[in-house]
Design a protein around this ligand. Sequence first.
Ligand code: ADP
Ligand code: K
Ligand code: ZN
Length: 433
Amino acid sequence: MIYDVDKETLPREDMEALQLRRLKDLCERVYSRVPFYKKKFDEAGITPADIRSLSDIKYLPFTEKQDLRNHYPYGLFAVPKENIVRLHASSGTTGRATVVGYTQRDLDNWADCMARSFMAAGATRKDIIHNAYGYGLFTGGLGAHYGAERLGATVVPVSGGATRRQISLLKDFGPTVICCTPSYMVFLHETAREMGIDFKELPLRIGVFGAEPWTDEMRRDIESKTGITAVNIYGLSEVMGPGVAMECHEAQCGMHIYEDHFLPEIINPSNGEQMAPGEDGELVFTTLTKEGIPLIRYRTRDLTNLDYTPCVCGRSTVRMGRIKGRSDDMLIIRGVNVFPSQIESLLLETAGLTPHYQIIVSRQGAMDTMEVQVEVDEKMFSDEIKYLQRREREIQNNIKEFLGVTASVKLVEPQSIERSVGKAKRVIDKRGE
Ligand code: ADP
Ligand code: K
Ligand code: ZN
């Protein structure tokens, strides 16, 4: 089932015509209302009237996270402040927080995109949605909340934390859909097991997971442990919040971008040039309808690719691949590039390991070193030290062979890596210490 059949199945030509109309209007708005953009357009020698086709977007300047920080808090807003009805801030995973503002229409569009997302996940108004994304300045909680209500479902606004209580609610209220970060889902499952509750016996059937990088191996692990269908949702506060793109449960193969609101591009992060369709690069968004803080060519730092081929679900919108990592997350260990998600894939393909891991990067002299700590499951932990050491060497060799990077691997006992109720902290960088 498709929430907005009109928009989500629009033929490519019609979508592009709609996008061009909205892009022109957007350029007019930011040029006349946001001094930052007027200056940027002027410096690039371009005016809104120069935008005649979608491909002209390449002449427009990029916007970066630093631009939001430089104009903290309200400098990039494009409407009078009294028209802003809500503020959110990014969680500041990579530095100082950035502030975003929404008009009533922005909130309406957001609720719509989230309702589309829930339906893409396979949910309807008959579902009960357990929303364990954090409520507050973080966009996850309220974003999913209003989307669930827009769909007409029953939302349980639990937010993150109080994990044992969440398990009781999952049992008592019988939700059929759960939203949280994938790492928190793993933690919930583990806590339920301690409490003697089997997820497979709960009515839960769909998980809407996102807000942090995760892998297909992690998806399979969650699905097999819990018996639900796990779907990937993407978003970022600067562009809106969760629901910029969402995987359909039919294909579980890439996230449909709500292109009538968000115009995506993939660029080469080193020179800013557009990449050919299908190629990996940095994802860039232009917000076509946003009023509060519209953004032109916002550089997400997220690395992925775009797939324009038709999808079995009937949606015609482009799909973005799983986020490989943020360009800021890339680790360079002795000249070799590696993303935490590549380590995750490898670990989860190894029997006896859990999805609880951490990567510790430090510096010895001029050399960067990497240690991967991963919890083993109870069964393996009972094995003798010699066996564990042999396994450590084996995983070390696999990392070397498949990723080309030298890491030391340490198998640690169950429960020794800190759990997170929101975004998991996978990398501990001690190089600056
Ligand atoms: P912050 O940048 O402080 O973490 P946000 O909460 O807005 O603030 O997080 C947005 C970021 O979260 C995205 O840019 C992306 O890196 C990550 N993210 C969100 N959803 C996903 C997803 N499904 N897969 C991978 N990464 C995701
Ligand atoms: K209902
Ligand atoms: Zn699809």
